[in-house]
Write a protein that binds this ligand. Structure first.
Ligand SMILES: [Zn+2]
Length: 173
């Protein structure tokens, strides 16, 4: 489904926008928050490790599988911090909080930034848990939003020595 994404990535022309974002006054505000990263396990060749429940023909797992919860691959979860930003809202929709992605969720792309030491790969899942006013994860955990990683790019900037992960995500239900 996302096979062609590499080819179109250059066209997004995100570099200038991103540098503005990082160097601009926005960066000083505390935007980081807690997320849960569901990392798909990979073998030594970097290939995903299919779950026992995975149906090769349908290319999916069983929804009630206790091992993979229907993803079809084994995974581990960890808590990370990072920040999401939504280029659509920032540029077009800053005043009216209209839900622009309605009806085209499969095309909706969101950017996510994390520190360089967070290990993110394509097809990992990112969950945005409901937080208390103090920024802690509410228990029991409830996911406000779920995302799939379409692409992760490791960024090294020439000036400022700023290194970080830059991921492009798509929301899913
Ligand atoms: Zn499974």
């Amino acid at each position: 489904m996302y096979r062609d994404f590499n080819n179109s990535l250059e066209e997004i022309s995100l570099q200038d926008e991103l540098i503005d974002f990082i160097n601009g006054k926005d960066f000083g505000k505390e935007k980081k928050r807690v997320f849960i990263l569901r990392q798909l396990r990979r073998d030594n060749n970097g290939d995903l490790i299919p779950c026992v429940c995975k149906d090769e023909l349908a290319n999916e797992g069983l929804q009630d599988c206790h091992y993979c919860e229907g993803i079809g691959y084994y995974w581990d979860e960890k808590i990370i911090t990072g920040f999401l930003y939504d280029p659509t809202k920032r540029k077009i929709n800053t005043v009216l909080e209209i839900n622009k992605e309605a009806g085209r969720k499969d095309r909706y792309e969101i950017r996510f930034m994390t520190d360089f030491n967070v290990y993110i790969h394509q097809y990992d899942r990112l969950f945005e848990p409901d937080l208390t006013v103090d920024g802690f994860v509410k228990i029991p955990i409830k996911y406000v939003n779920k995302y799939i990683i379409l692409e992760n790019i490791y960024k090294r900037m020439d000036y400022g020595r700023l290194e970080y992960n830059y991921s492009v995500l798509s929301r899913y239900e």
